[in-house]
Design a protein. Sequence first.
Length: 95
Amino acid sequence: MSIIKRPLITEKANALTEKGIYTFVVDKKANKIEIKKAIERAYGVNVNGVRTIRYAGKEKTRFTQSKVLAGRTVSYKKAIVTLAAGEVIDFYGDI
C-alpha cells in the first residue's frame, strides 16, 4: 500500500510552496503519523505538521444527443504538509 499517491499541483498549491507548504493526494485510510513518515522517507525532509482533508465524490450528469449519462467523480484524501524552515521539495528535478 502506497501512502502517497501523487503531489497535488494547482495554482493555489504552487503559491503555498513558497511558504514551505506542500499538498499531496494520499491513501484514504492513512493517518497523519503515517503520512508524515512517508513524506520524510520519500523526500528526505523534516515535516513540522500535517493537515488532512477528505473530499467526497460529486454527482455529475451530462446530457448527450442520444441519452443522459450520470456518474460520480472520484473521492480522495488530501494532505497539506508544512516543512521545517529552509526545507524544500523539488517536484520538477527529475524532468
